[in-house]
Design a protein around this ligand. Structure first.
Ligand code: ADP
Ligand code: ZN
Length: 434
């Protein structure tokens, strides 16, 4: 049976949701215009006033905000409330450059935790559950967000933070954790460590995992589900819009429902800024309509994705986003060909390798090179040199079919590629260093 944290909202008829969004958007634009000079200037430059925005149909008139705006306005330039009303700061992981900070009032924390509570409930969580939060705690939003959501749901919360993997497993066993929250790469590492400790999924009580904060493939999902004996749910969010919980997966596991009572989503053409129709692939843009302290309007996430309003079997009416296919700035252009790291991961797992790999791109004699190091399992490693060379060739062929270019494959010894306890670093682009 599907569980909902807030069924009135999660299953609200779409027409009612639009009315709610209209009302909230109009108030939010006014709030931002009056309190954020940085955004007021952008609106003035575009010749838009708050009265031009009467409903979500007018959303496209508003200017975009980008990560560069956030960096320029750092730290207080986009703050819409007096600091005295703010109770928290969080910061991005800085995956793609300088960090940015976001501010929260008590109300903002509350709505964020509520979104996380929806995610935990959709994964089957109740006050009977023991929820192990192994996302990092601190400035990173993963730990604090899921921690707050877990409290709301009434789970017994284990605030483990990331790292110390054997201790994670010990607590998981001693306290019968039933839900695990962490990055997918850390979940894979926990699964691997469980196996190395001579344990099987039967030795733990986990039933569900809530994994996000980085891109991961369907193949990776199946691996994790198998190694931990769970159902693995995706969760999406970004610091700029609050943190995890902007969107969450339901039992259908075919995309994440966006919490539309708080965030209006649009898909745009990243080159022209034009709004694209439902079902089109493009850059995801969010307008936060309920946040007080850091209410970003039309924030460009750089995440490439597709939205769909097809009826979902779970009963929720909230629009669904597909798994982000990587960020526009994650995409590597190698010898003129667009390559997403997620494509490489898909091939690896399909070919029977574990998701422990490192992608290195360089430029030698004016030509791009692509080297992929892939770790072998102990069993695979016992093969003869000849077997390993053949395997390298086979894998290179499979990559060529997927990517359209020929990489150099290096099959390396077990446990030689660093494991991730947070967001995995899988790409080194040395061209940027030259
Ligand atoms: P940073 O941009 O420094 O990594 P955040 O920690 O706020 O800062 O991370 C937000 C970003 O993480 C998103 O914009 C998105 O690219 C990525 N992300 C978050 N959740 C997911 C997910 N479930 N699937 C794919 N990518 C995700
Ligand atoms: Zn659903």
């Amino acid at each position: 049976m599907e569980r909902y944290w807030n069924p009135e909202i999660e299953c609200m008829p779409h027409e009612d949701m639009i009315m709610l969004q209209n009302e909230r958007l109009v108030a939010q634009v006014k709030h931002v215009y009056e309190n954020v000079p940085y955004y007021r200037d952008l609106m003035d430059k575009k010749g838009v006033t708050p009265t031009d925005i009467q409903s979500i149909d007018d959303l496209h008139k508003l200017p975009f905000l980008t990560k560069n705006d956030l960096r320029e306005a750092y730290p207080y330039g986009l703050l819409a409330k007096p600091l005295a009303d703010c109770v928290r700061i969080q910061s991005t992981s800085g995956t793609t450059g300088k960090r940015v900070v976001a501010f929260y009032t008590r109300h903002d924390i509350d709505l964020w935790e509520d979104c996380c509570a929806r995610a935990i409930t959709a994964a089957g969580g109740t006050n009977e559950d023991v929820c192990q939060v192994a996302y990092g705690y601190g400035l990173f939003t993963g730990g604090p967000g899921l921690n707050g959501g877990s409290h709301k749901v009434g789970c017994l919360t284990l605030p483990m933070s990331s790292g110390n993997t054997e201790r994670q497993i010990q607590f998981m066993r001693d306290l019968n954790a039933t839900i695990l929250c962490c990055t997918p790469s850390y979940a894979a590492y926990i699964g691997e460590t469980l196996h190395d400790m001579g344990l099987t999924p039967d030795d733990i009580s986990l039933k569900a995992g809530i994994f996000g904060a980085e891109p991961w493939t369907e193949e990776m999902r199946r691996e994790i589900e198998k190694s931990l004996g769970i159902k693995a749910y995706d969760i999406y969010g970004l610091t700029e819009t609050s943190g995890p919980g902007v969107a969450f997966e339901c039992s259908a596991q075919t995309g994440m429902h966006i919490n539309e009572d708080h965030f209006i989503a649009e898909i745009i053409d990243p080159n022209t800024g034009e709004v694209l129709p439902e079902g089109a692939k493009g850059e995801l843009v969010f307008t936060s309509i309920t946040k007080e302290a850091f209410p970003l309007l039309r924030y460009r996430t750089r995440d490439i994705c597709v939205l769909t309003r097809e009826k979902c079997s779970c009963g929720r009416t909230l629009v669904k986003m597909c798994k982000p296919m990587g960020r526009s700035d994650d995409m590597l252009i190698i010898r003129g060909v667009n390559v997403f790291p997620s494509q490489i991961e898909t091939v690896l797992i399909e070919q029977g390798y574990a998701p422990n790999y490192l992608i290195e791109v360089d430029r030698v004699n004016n030509s791009d090179t692509l080297d992929i190091s892939v770790e072998l399992s102990a069993e695979q490693f016992s093969d003869t040199v000849k077997d390993i060379q053949r395997a390298e060739k086979e894998l290179a062929g499979a990559m060529k079919t997927m990517l359209g270019i020929n990489p150099k494959i290096h099959l390396v010894s077990p446990k030689t590629i660093a494991r991730s306890e947070g967001k995995a670093v899988r790409v080194i682009d040395k061209r940027k260093l030259h």
